[in-house]
Design a protein around this ligand. Structure first.
Ligand SMILES: NC(=O)c1ccc[n+]([C@@H]2O[C@H](COP(=O)([O-])OP(=O)(O)OC[C@H]3O[C@@H](n4cnc5c(N)ncnc54)[C@H](OP(=O)(O)O)[C@@H]3O)[C@@H](O)[C@H]2O)c1
Length: 328
C-alpha cells in the first residue's frame, strides 16, 4: 500500500542530492511532490528522473503528481508567491485549507574557507540560505499547515474514499458492525430497549473520553536537514555550522510551539553524504575518521526522513546519520 497517498510535500533543494532522494521516496509512497530550487533546468531534470524511475501506480485513483517551481529560499516574497500560487496563502489572509502535508527544508550551500578568509557576502549567503531559508519555510508553510481545515478538493475527497475503503477491506463495510436505521448494533446481538439506550450513552461518553486522550490531530510534518557540523567542530565550516546549529535550535523550539497545533518538526543531522556538495571531500583523510569508513548515500538520508515523516510520535527527533562520526 502506498502509505502517503493523498499527501503533498514541498521539498526545497529538491532538484539534487538529498532533497531529490527524499522526493523520490515520497513519490514512490504515493505522495505528490513539488520540487523547489533556484535553477529551472536542474528542477526539470529532477522531475523527469523521478517520473522515469518510479513504478506505475496500481490504484484507480489519479496518480500523485511531480511538479517544480523556482524559489529562492532566502526571499520571503518568493515563498509568498509560491504559497499564493498553490492556493494555500490567499491574499485575504483568511484561514484556508492547506494542501501541504509535508515540508522538507533541504536547500543549502556549503562553506570551504576559514572565517578570516570568508568574504562578508559569503557569510550572508550561508546564513540566509541555510538558516533564514529554513526559518521562512517553517514560518510560512507552518502557518498554512496550522490553519488548515479538512479537505474539500474533489481529488482529496476521492482519494480519501479510496483509502478508507482499502483500510476497511472489501465487503466488511462497517467493520464488524451492522448499521440499522442510523443505529450501530454489534453483530449477533439484539438491541434491548432502554438498556440498549443507556449502554449507547455510556459508549458515547467512552468515545468522548477516548477522543480527549487521542492528542492533537496531525496537521503536517516538517523535516529540516541540518548537519553534523552543528555539533562537531571542523575547520573551514564555522558559519555553515552556526547556521545549521540555528536550524537545530529552530527545530526544537518549533517542535514545542507547532507540536501543540499538530505540526511535528524534526531534524536530520547528516555526516558526509555523497552528493554534489561533497564530491571534492571524498579523500582518505576524511574517510579514515568515519567509523564506517564510507560516505552515506542520499537514499540513506531519505530513509531517515521517511521514518520521521511516517512515525506519528516523532516530534523534536534530532536524528544523527553520520556513520558514527559524531561518536569520534
Ligand atoms: N552532502 C552532505 O554531506 C551533507 C551533510 C550534511 C548536511 N547536508 C545538507 O543537506 C542539504 C542538501 O544538500 P546536498 O548534499 O543534497 O547538496 P546539493 O546537491 O548541492 O543540494 C543543495 C540544493 O539546495 C538548492 N539551493 C541552494 N541554495 C538555494 C536557495 N537560495 N534557494 C533554493 N534552493 C537552493 C540547490 O539548488 P539550486 O542551486 O538550483 O538552487 C540544490 O538543489 C543541504 O542543506 C546541506 O547543507 C549535506
Amino acid at each position: 500500500m502506498r502509505s502517503l497517498l493523498n499527501k503533498h510535500a514541498l521539498i526545497t533543494g529538491g532538484g539534487s542530492g538529498i532533497g531529490l532522494a527524499i522526493a523520490r521516496r515520497l513519490y514512490a509512497e504515493g505522495c505528490s511532490v513539488t520540487l523547489l530550487g533556484r535553477t529551472e533546468s536542474t528542477l526539470e531534470r529532477a522531475v523527469q528522473s523521478i517520473l522515469s524511475s518510479s513504478s506505475s501506480f496500481d490504484i484507480t485513483a489519479p496518480p500523485p503528481s511531480v511538479s517544480h517551481r523556482t524559489l529562492n529560499v532566502q526571499n520571503p516574497a518568493s515563498w509568498k508567491a509560491l504559497l499564493r500560487q498553490i492556493n494555500t496563502y490567499p491574499t485575504s489572509f483568511s484561514p484556508s485549507e492547506s494542501p501541504i502535508d509535508i515540508l522538507v527544508n533541504a536547500a543549502g550551500v556549503a562553506q570551504r574557507r576559514p572565517l578570516v578568509h570568508l568574504p562578508v557576502e559569503e557569510v550572508d549567503a550561508l546564513i540566509d540560505t541555510n538558516l533564514k531559508g529554513t526559518v521562512l519555510g517553517c514560518k510560512l508553510v507552518g502557518r498554512a499547515m496550522i490553519r488548515r481545515r479538512p479537505s474539500s478538493s474533489p481529488r482529496r475527497k476521492f482519494l480519501d474514499e479510496v483509502v478508507t475503503k482499502e483500510e476497511e477491506g472489501e465487503g466488511t463495510g462497517t467493520g464488524g458492525k451492522v448499521v440499522e436505521e442510523g443505529k450501530v448494533v454489534e453483530e449477533g446481538k439484539e438491541e434491548e430497549g432502554g438498556k440498549g439506550e443507556k449502554e449507547g450513552e455510556k459508549e458515547e461518553e467512552g468515545k468522548k473520553q477516548e477522543k480527549k486522550m487521542e492528542g492533537v490531530r496531525e496537521r503536517g510534518v516538517i523535516i529540516n536537514v541540518a548537519s553534523l557540523l552543528a555539533q562537531k567542530g571542523v575547520v573551514g565550516t564555522s558559519v555553515y555550522a552556526a547556521a545549521k546549529a540555528g536550524v537545530v535550535g529552530l527545530t526544537t523550539s518549533l517542535a514545542n510551539e507547532y507540536g501543540r497545533s499538530g505540526v511535528r518538526v524534526n531534524a536530520i543531522l547528516p555526516g558526509y553524504i555523497e552528493t554534489d556538495m561533497t564530491t571534492d571531500l571524498k579523500v582518505p583523510f576524511i574517510l579514515q575518521q568515519i567509523p564506517l569508513r564510507r560516505f552515506g548515500t542520499a537514499e540513506e538520508v531519505a530513509d531517515a526522513a521517511m521514518f520521521l515523516i511516517k512515525n506519528p510520535y516523532a516530534n523534536n527527533c534530532i536524528l544523527n546519520l553520520d556513520g558514527g562520526l559524531s561518536a569520534v
